[in-house]
Design a protein around this ligand. Sequence first.
Ligand code: ZN
Length: 235
Amino acid sequence: MMTTALVLFSGGQDSATCLAWALQRYNHVETIGFDYGQRHAVELACRQDILTALRAQFPAWGAKLGEDHMLDMRLLSTISETAMTSGRAVEMEKNGLPNTFVPGRNLLFFTYAAAVAYRRELKVLVGGMCETDYSGYPDCRDNTLKALQVALSLGMEHPLVIETPLMWLDKRQTWALAQELGGAALLEIVREKSHTCYLGDRQTWHDWGYGCGHCPACELRRSGYEGFVKTAVPQ
Ligand code: ZN
């Protein structure tokens, strides 16, 4: 029975919304985070703030919220550095990330998550990947993740389902989903406590949350929020 889930939870807007989605849907939900030495390591601190706020403001969800698992994946930054010395020039891609960012990392994250899920007897893996605001990462594609679901289920002899509730939503719809799941209270938690900015800016406040306001991640978050505010039905 698919009643228990493990949410890939980074502390960003997408994964915070996915966590609420899972808490509404499943009986028991655990979270997993990956420390891979990312520039926006501040996201990892935001994770705890979001978990604390959800427990305080949504007691029914808090009762379903189980362990938080944090895996040290700093090995990935070692792979990045290796790639840098291999002769490939470091360039910024259109999504604002350097091309040294580890390719296929979502495949690794889901595989580690599946190993944790296996041991914890969790049946569903939930991730915030999305093709709509798709930044060009092939490991975010629906077909990639469906193929991975099959590979993991076969390779672990343990039926696992990968759910990606944001796959076909744009950022405006992701804000709307947060409101639908948890009303104004959840919207505030996501707005104030989730982190998106690639530069790790937690000082500059905007209507849509903290961030530098200029990087591609801030840009997406801002335009999504503005679109949401224009079309939102007040609750
Ligand atoms: Zn930013």
